[in-house]
Write a protein that binds this ligand. Structure first.
Ligand SMILES: [Zn+2]
Ligand SMILES: [Zn+2]
Ligand SMILES: [Zn+2]
Length: 622
């Protein structure tokens, strides 16, 4: 695209515009340092007053002729068609090369459906950064769709605000409270909290994309002088989001919501326990913003508010504060890791050469969602809006750890995992999910530092370990501690998670495996551990039947096939007595990362949450 040629031709024909472009060479700028450490430029540009001072209320907009519609443009203005847009030279430039790229038709300012177009345009204009100002985020023409573009050297995302890369067509695109910038196909979104800062009446700044990307525009001499580093930072903080905003897709068929005078949204028909026997639909109330994306309701909510709801749902109200803090840090880390990391879809089988001799090797991880970060159901973390009363203790735990996450040695946010009870030893991530080692998900004993851990990958040691009940934090029968972690904890029965036993008759087991696997093994002759992880969990099991023999894994497949619901864990040894199979087992869940019962016990023994997290997640920094 011969954009430079176009600009020169335009300026040759339009002396007034050319004059303003020439004036940019002498424009007054200063550099200020903000308290957050970022340096910023302030530009004194009185010709921008029209835009900065523009009234953008509905009545004014409706009354004025639209300056982006072709019929209202000055006769000198040239246009260059591209897709359904027209490229125009901006007659009130902030930088050399400043373009306005407007829709040919008069239509509202929304990025919805145009994310891919924006990326395409940025590739067609190399050296340029394309930007979009939402209708309530600095756009001076909220009624006529337009991008703008300036040479990339003038645009730098970064400052005291939250921003993120948008891959794919996300929920963000339904929002009018954003600025978005795109260079070489990479699109960054800056969510907004306000259209204009509190001080707008005193200082005429109306921050839009350029103002958030390194250069704040002042339209009067007094404003230019008043904009110190402190003031600039204050303005940027006021109009942007300081806290990561989470997009939560509500599970179920609900598409309607009512919003009351306080801005609280009520939604009927939100599903919980989707696909489980406790599935039901309920009515919940939500703060934040409610929007629709691909026919689904999506709640935009600040991360910390989200955590208060999630932790209240997941933890008992009797939990100790240090346990709640530890859990909050893990939930926050997990959810941010979901938002930030590109995750491997790990539901499919893996290539044959990585199967290590197994016939079937599968593991199950969360699929990414399309268009939102997490869903509201157990599949991610259960989120019931503000319906569930936040306990004061949970609010205290969330506030006390505000913004704290676990980071890995290379500075990324840890994908923190947890399960109910490790059974005395933690398992490696790669023995449960994709074959990738994480330095913060190591195997180890759930016991005071220096405690020995026998080699549980060997059959003999595993048997000795599982049939005994070695001391561990989660080897606990204290009903007050257990009640903190186990929902509907029954104080009358002996808990059976640290060590447990399940017995099946041969016919019963043969029938169970046939139904659960969909494979006819005939009469089951043997269950033989082939590979055990460092916690004694079997991740490859040979099933020998009269008709078929197979090696299967990983732990979740084994637990599903050997139980009507889920076997407590895959850390078990098998004894054959006459026509019975007896499974002696240890622990509840995958055993990777934090052991909830062990953590509750540590908190009860006086460990603080930092010590608890260090114990379960080595090689991490808080
Ligand atoms: Zn128009
Ligand atoms: Zn989900
Ligand atoms: Zn444990």
């Amino acid at each position: 695209m011969e954009i430079q040629e176009f600009i020169e031709r335009q300026l040759g024909l339009w002396p007034a515009a050319a004059e303003r472009f020439r004036a940019l060479e002498g424009v007054e700028t200063k550099t200020v340092e903000m308290p957050c450490g970022t340096t910023y430029r302030v530009q004194f540009n009185p010709s921008r007053a029209v835009s900065t001072r523009a009234k953008v209320d509905a009545a004014t907009i409706a009354a004025r002729p639209c300056f982006l519609c072709a019929r209202n443009r000055p006769p000198e203005q040239l246009s260059m068609p591209w897709e359904d847009l027209e490229i125009l030279v901006n007659p009130f430039p902030i930088f050399p090369g400043h373009l306005t790229i407007a829709a040919r038709d008069h239509q509202p300012q929304t990025l919805r459906g145009r994310v891919d177009q924006m990326k395409r345009l940025s590739r067609e204009l190399p050296g340029y950064t394309i930007f979009f100002n939402g209708a309530k985020a600095g756009a001076s023409a909220p009624d006529h769709f337009h991008f703008q573009a300036v040479p990339s050297r003038f645009m730098h995302v970064g400052g005291p605000y939250e921003s993120y890369k948008l891959t794919g067509e996300g929920a963000e695109t339904v929002d009018e409270m954003i600025n978005a910038v795109c260079t070489d196909g990479v699109l960054t979104v800056i969510p907004r909290r306000r259209h204009r800062p509190e001080c707008y009446d005193q200082i005429g700044v109306s921050p839009a994309s350029i103002d958030l990307c390194g250069t704040l525009i002042a339209v009067s001499c007094e404003d230019f002088d008043a904009l110190t580093g402190e003031r600039v930072e204050q303005i940027l903080r006021e109009v942007t989001e300081q806290e990561p905003q989470l997009y939560v897709g509500l599970t179920g068929d609900a598409t309607e919501f009512q919003t009351d005078a306080e801005g609280i949204h009520t939604v009927a028909g939100v599903r919980i326990g989707d696909g489980f026997h406790w599935q039901r639909d309920e009515t919940f109330r939500y703060g934040g913003k409610m929007m629709k994306f691909n026919g689904r309701l999506v709640n935009r909510i600040g991360l910390e508010e989200y955590l208060k709801s999630v932790i209240s749902s997941e933890m008992s109200a009797t939990s100790s504060i240090e346990l709640l803090k530890a859990h909050t840090v893990i939930s926050r880390s997990w959810v941010l890791a979901q938002m930030r990391a590109t995750r491997v879809r790990a539901c499919a089988g893996i290539p044959v050469n990585e199967k290590e001799g197994a016939d079937l090797l599968q593991w199950f991880d969360r699929d990414d969602h399309e268009g939102f970060d997490v869903c509201s159901d157990d599949h991610c973390q259960r989120y019931q809006g503000i319906t569930r009363q936040t306990s004061p203790l949970v609010a205290q735990a969330v506030d006390a750890t505000r913004g704290l996450v676990l980071t890995t040695a290379d500075g990324r946010i840890a994908d923190a995992r947890f399960s109910k009870c490790c059974g005395g030893a933690f398992e490696l991530f790669e023995n449960c999910w994709e074959p990738r080692h994480h330095s913060y998900l190591e195997a180890g004993p759930d016991a005071p530092e220096g405690s020995p851990l026998p080699d549980l990958t060997g059959e003999e040691e595993a048997r000795r370990w599982i049939l005994s009940a070695p001391p561990a934090y989660c080897n606990c029968e204290d009903s007050e501690v257990l009640a903190q972690v186990l929902n509907d904890f029954d104080r009358e029965t002996t808990p059976d998670f640290y060590r447990w036993e399940v017995a099946y008759g041969v016919d019963e087991l043969s029938d169970l495996i046939r139904r659960r696997s969909g494979i006819d093994f005939g009469r089951i002759d043997a269950l033989e551990p082939v590979r055990r992880g460092l916690s004694g969990r079997i991740y490859q099991l040979r099933i020998r039947g009269s008709k078929k023999e197979m090696i299967v894994g990983k732990e979740l497949i084994i637990r599903r096939w050997l139980s009507e619901s889920h076997l407590r864990s895959s850390a078990f040894v098998v004894d054959r007595q006459d026509d019975k199979f007896i499974l002696h087992g240890a622990g509840w869940g995958h055993g990777v990362g934090l052991c909830q019962i062990g953590a509750a016990m540590m908190a009860a023994q006086g460990f603080n949450y930092q010590e608890i997290l260090r114990h379960y997640f080595p090689n991490t920094t808080l």
